[in-house]
Design a protein around this ligand. Structure first.
Ligand code: F6P
Length: 407
């Protein structure tokens, strides 16, 4: 039926998460038996051209040869998308930058048989952009360059796109999305857009197909009940890390996220080593709660030296903030940012692992589980088990599982 068909055109500079959104959107809509296909200009360019199209000068607006070729590629995909919807297809996703008004007008003119929904992806977080660029330069088209040259080349390409970038404004149907925070910044819809309710919900939903949430192995501080600090793993802790590594050795985990603390990094080492292809990324956002003037003390020492702190914290643990440090309540923002960064950087990966700390993992669990605030500081986070979390539009699952054999 005519009304059941839709073009979606992504908009945004390179490395803003467009392809991740396109792929996830396709997987998501397919679950509802909607026929979706992605038409990606970058993939087509890599197939049709030689290495010269990876050169930043290929993207210079003044390079007529480059722009003619890119225009040609765009036209092929526009034609294919139109054909697809003319046959059995229901949603055609055009995955390209579409940053100039001229290109978007052309697209709207040529795709006039069904509504076009533009989705602009914005993300200006510097650290995330740097990490995204590092992932982009792993593409074979940069393999002839050293790391620095590849980064420079890709950034130059982004700059050329920047010169012709004109954000969405007067298009008939569009959504501007903060693709790091899954937040709709602006929405203008002037007609009936098929599947729109589902698409919009998808855009603002955190999706994680499989998150393995692990706590670091036992540390010397744990043995003495000392909090914070940067203690190393004990022999037992190293054994726990190896047990996790063995347990997951047959499960592909392309991304492991740790804090910047020694204990999570040491836990990650054997797990990373047991994987064939895996990237380990440290995020400061996942550092353990900063206990301020109580750092490195045991609970017993705090009780004796700072009885008021000890007592006040007991009264309202979630809202209590350590003098000179943090509380669960003040950690919320950074943990949220950490989760967003991990999900963004892992793109369309089916599995990710986060190796965190007791308070950090409680906050991560609370994010996916919607626990009552006052209960969060009491969530069980053992060192011989992990939480398996699934959070998609259709499924929410949380399971505590052992990774050590019980014999
Ligand atoms: O004891 C380990 C630890 O991770 C400390 O570093 C941290 O202060 C504490 O757990 C958090 O747990 P709680 O909020 O229950 O004190």
């Amino acid at each position: 039926m005519k009304k059941d068909k839709l073009y979606i055109a992504l908009v945004g500079l390179p490395a803003r998460g467009k392809s991740t959104i396109a792929n996830r959107l396709r997987d998501n809509l397919r679950k509802d038996n909607i026929r979706v296909r992605i038409f990606n200009n970058g993939d087509l360019r890599r197939r049709l051209t030689d290495r010269s199209s990876s050169d930043p000068e290929f993207y210079a607006p003044s390079n007529t040869e480059g722009s003619t070729l890119r225009e040609h590629i765009a036209m092929i995909n526009i034609g294919r998308a139109r054909d697809y919807l003319a046959r059995k297809g229901q949603v055609a996703v055009l995955d390209a930058t579409h940053v100039s008004k001229k290109r978007r007008n052309k697209l709207s003119r040529l795709l006039d048989d069904h509504p076009v929904l533009f989705i602009e992806c914005i993300n200006e977080d510097k650290a995330i952009l740097e990490a995204s660029v590092l992932r982009k330069i792993m593409l074979p088209e940069f393999s002839h360059l050293c790391r620095e040259a590849a980064i420079e080349s890709f950034n130059k390409r982004i700059n050329y796109y920047q010169t012709i970038y004109s954000p969405l404004d007067d298009e008939r149907n569009f959504v501007i999305l903060d693709s790091l925070h899954n937040k709709i910044i602006r929405e203008e819809i002037s007609g009936t857009i098929p599947f729109y309710d589902r698409i919009r919900d998808f855009l603002v939903t955190d999706t994680v197909k499989n998150l393995f949430l692990v706590r670091h192995g036992e540390t010397y501080f744990n043995l003495e009940n000392r909090i914070g600090g940067d203690s190393e793993l004990t022999e037992n802790g190293r054994g726990q890390a190896h047990a996790i590594a063995d347990y997951f050795s047959q499960v592909k985990i392309p991304f492991i996220f740790t804090s910047t603390k020694e204990r999570t990094r040491q836990t990650a080492v054997p797990i990373h080593a047991a994987q064939k292809a895996c990237e380990t990324i440290e995020l400061k956002e996942f550092d353990e709660i900063d206990s301020g003037i109580c750092e490195c003390m045991s609970y017993e020492e705090i009780r004796k030296k700072f009885p008021a702190i000890y007592g006040d914290r007991k009264k309202d643990k979630y809202n209590y903030t350590y003098p000179g440090g943090e509380g669960y309540v003040t950690m919320k923002g950074r943990i949220y940012t950490g989760i967003k960064k991990a999900l963004y950087l892992s793109g369309t990966s089916d599995r990710i692992m986060i190796i965190g700390h007791r308070a950090v993992n409680r906050m991560i669990l609370a994010h996916f589980l919607y626990r009552r605030q006052e209960d969060v500081p009491y969530i069980y986070v053992p060192q011989d088990k992990y939480y398996h979390i699934v959070a998609t539009q259709d499924k929410k699952l949380l399971q505590l599982k052992p990774f050590m054999s019980i014999d």
